[in-house]
Design a protein around this ligand. Structure first.
Ligand code: NI
Length: 191
């Protein structure tokens, strides 16, 4: 079974390393929108704040509810709602750091036997352990797109229905039985 503790260890290292690397990006560069409708680095990191908020909630609920059916969220609308583009770059970085500390706190308390607890996110069945691993993989992928490279991604925990991100759509592996791989960019995201 994939361990959630290993993923939490990776997350701790990312949260220790990434803020100073993000601060090295100038606010001007972080505000630059590469094309109409594309996220700036501010908005991409804001999306990672939203991801942390949603996944913190999931990590908690998976431990206090029996087989919870957890919702996905509309990544574009969450970014637009928070208006990250007008926030200070340093404030978004700090918000991201603090939310991940909160997620780490909740995930640190997962008892070993709870790692295999079953839940669904946006209708996709998974375990709590897979959810935590998937969260960290997605985080590392999106940080790399922002320009923060923290080493190779761990692909062991990829789920069958992976949601691409706005700026960096990637292959969605179809559920088993389907025979095509498509590049899509839906608004809904589980990550
Ligand atoms: Ni993303």
């Amino acid at each position: 079974m994939v361990s959630s503790m290993e993923a939490v260890g990776k997350l701790k290292r990312i949260v220790a390393q990434a803020p100073s690397l993000l601060m090295a990006i100038s606010p001007e560069k972080a505000s630059n929108q590469p094309a109409p409708g594309k996220w700036s680095k501010k908005q991409e990191l804001g999306h990672l704040v939203d991801s942390a908020c949603n996944n913190h909630q999931r990590v908690v609920r998976a431990q206090v509810e029996e087989q919870p059916a957890l919702p996905d969220y509309d990544g574009d609308r969450w970014v637009a709602l928070h208006n990250y583009q007008v926030m200070d770059w340093s404030e978004i970085i700090e918000c991201w750091r603090v939310m991940n500390q909160q997620l780490i706190r909740a995930a640190m308390l997962v008892a070993p036997r709870a790692s295999g607890r079953k839940l669904t996110v946006g209708g996709h069945p998974m375990t709590l352990s897979v959810l935590v691993n998937d969260y960290v993989d997605h985080l590392r992928h999106d940080l790399r797109h922002i320009g923060i490279d923290l080493g190779p991604e761990d692909r062991r925990s990829r789920r069958s229905a992976e949601s691409p991100c706005k700026n960096n759509p990637r292959a969605v592996i179809p559920p088993s039985g389907a025979d095509t791989i498509s590049i899509t960019n839906p608004g809904q995201t589980t990550r």
